[in-house]
Ligand binder design. Structure first.
Ligand SMILES: [Mg+2]
Length: 346
C-alpha cells in the first residue's frame, strides 16, 4: 500500500522568512513546528518539504549553500526528534539572473511537479496526502496534485486571497492548528473524503453531513471564501440585508446617516472577525507577555464597542459620543494588533 505524505512549504511555514535566506545561520524554526511535525509523524505521514528557491536563479544563493541551509534545517529538527523524509526544491525562475536556472519549470509552484515527482519516487498516495503552505501557489500546487490543502495565514503576515485565487480546503493560523485539522480528519474518517479535484480552482465540497460538521469546526475555506466576499463587497451586502431587518429606519434615515451606519457596521464586523481570529491564534499559540497584553487590550476594545452600541441605541443619541467611543476602540485595536505583530516577529 502506498504511503501518505504531508507536503510542507518551507518559508513562513516551517522557518522564519526574512527575505531570501542565503546562510545556514539564518534558519530559525517557527514556534511549535517541531512539536507539530512529531504529531504528524505519529499519524504515519511522510514529511516532505517542497520549496520554490528562485534565490538560486537570481544568483543570491548557490545550490551548494542551499544544501547547507537545508542541512541546518534538518539538524534543528533532528535535535528536537523530528526527521524529514526528503526536501525537494525548485531553483528555476523565468526572470533569473543565472542563465542555467532561467526558465519556466513544472516543478515551480503553483505547478505540481515537485509533488508528482515525490509521489512517483516515494510511492505516495496523493489522494490521502495533504499540502500545507502559506501562499496561494502552495495551495494551487496541492490541489492540482490531488491533495487536501491547508493555507497557513500567520497573524503577523495576514493575507487575503483575491476572488480569482484557488481556495484551500482549510485555513489555519499556524502549523499547530493545521495539525489539529489533520487529526480531526482522522477522528472522523468520512471527513477525509473531500472532493478537491485536480484543478487550479478546486474548492472543498464536503460530501456528507459529517464532513460539513468537521469542516465547520476547522473553518474550511468555503466559509473563508464567503468572508473574503464579505470583505470585498461589504457595502452591497449590507444594502441587501438592511431592507429585511430595518426597512422603516432605512426610509426615514437621511442618506448620510445610512452610509455612516453601514461603515460603522462594517467596521464592527471587521473588528469582531479579527477578535475571532485572535481567539483561534490564542488556542494554538505560545504564551507570552505580548500576547497577554494584546488579550487585555482586546477586552478593553470589546468594552468600547459595547459602549458604542449603548450610545447608538440611546434615545438621546449623540454622534460625538459614538465617534469618541469608536475612536477609542480603533486606537486600542491598533495597539492590540501591534502587540500581536511584535509577538509574531519576536
Ligand atoms: Mg512560504
Amino acid at each position: 500500500m502506498s504511503d501518505k505524505a504531508i507536503f510542507l512549504d518551507r518559508d513562513d511555514t516551517l522557518i522564519e522568512d526574512p527575505g531570501y535566506i542565503n546562510h545556514p545561520d539564518q534558519v530559525k524554526l517557527l514556534d511549535g513546528v517541531a512539536e507539530a511535525l512529531i504529531e504528524l509523524k505519529a499519524l504515519e505521514y511522510k514529511l516532505i518539504v517542497v520549496t520554490n528557491q528562485s534565490a538560486v536563479a537570481r544568483g543570491i544563493v548557490t545550490e551548494k549553500v542551499l544544501g547547507e541551509i537545508h542541512n541546518r534545517l534538518k539538524q534543528l529538527l533532528t535535535e528536537k526528534g523530528v526527521f524529514l523524509d526528503r526536501i525537494y526544491y525548485c531553483p528555476y525562475h523565468p526572470d533569473g539572473a543565472v542563465a542555467k536556472y532561467r526558465k519556466e519549470s513544472n516543478c515551480r509552484k503553483p505547478n505540481p511537479g515537485m509533488l508528482l515527482t515525490a509521489a512517483d519516487e516515494m510511492d505516495i498516495d496523493l489522494g490521502r496526502s495533504w499540502c500545507i503552505g502559506n501562499s496561494s501557489s502552495d495551495i494551487e500546487a496541492g490541489l492540482r496534485a490531488g491533495c487536501k490543502t491547508i493555507l497557513i495565514d500567520l497573524p503577523s503576515h495576514q493575507k487575503q486571497l483575491s476572488p480569482g485565487q484557488p481556495r484551500p480546503d482549510y485555513g489555519a493560523v499556524n502549523i499547530k492548528e493545521a495539525v489539529n485539522i489533520v487529526k480531526k480528519s482522522h477522528r472522523c474518517p468520512d471527513a477525509a473524503v473531500v472532493t478537491t479535484g485536480p484543478t487550479s480552482t478546486g474548492q472543498a465540497e464536503p460530501v456528507s453531513q459529517t464532513t460539513e460538521q468537521v469542516a465547520q469546526e476547522a473553518e474550511p475555506v468555503s466559509q473563508a471564501a464567503e468572508q473574503v466576499a464579505q470583505e470585498t463587497e461589504p457595502v452591497s451586502q449590507t444594502e441587501q440585508e438592511q431592507p429585511q431587518s430595518e426597512p422603516v429606519e432605512l426610509q426615514t434615515r437621511p442618506p448620510e446617516q445610512g452610509i455612516a451606519g453601514d461603515r460603522t457596521e462594517q467596521l464592527l464586523n471587521n473588528i469582531l472577525r479579527q477578535l475571532k481570529r485572535m481567539q483561534r491564534d490564542d488556542m494554538f499559540g505560545e504564551f507570552s507577555i505580548m500576547r497577554l497584553m494584546a488579550g487585555v487590550i482586546q477586552i478593553a476594545v470589546l468594552f468600547c464597542l459595547l459602549i458604542t452600541i449603548w450610545f447608538l441605541m440611546s434615545p438621546n443619541k449623540q454622534d460625538i459620543s459614538v465617534l469618541i467611543a469608536l475612536g477609542f476602540a480603533m486606537v486600542l485595536q491598533l495597539m492590540s494588533l501591534t502587540f500581536y505583530i511584535m509577538q509574531g516577529r519576536k
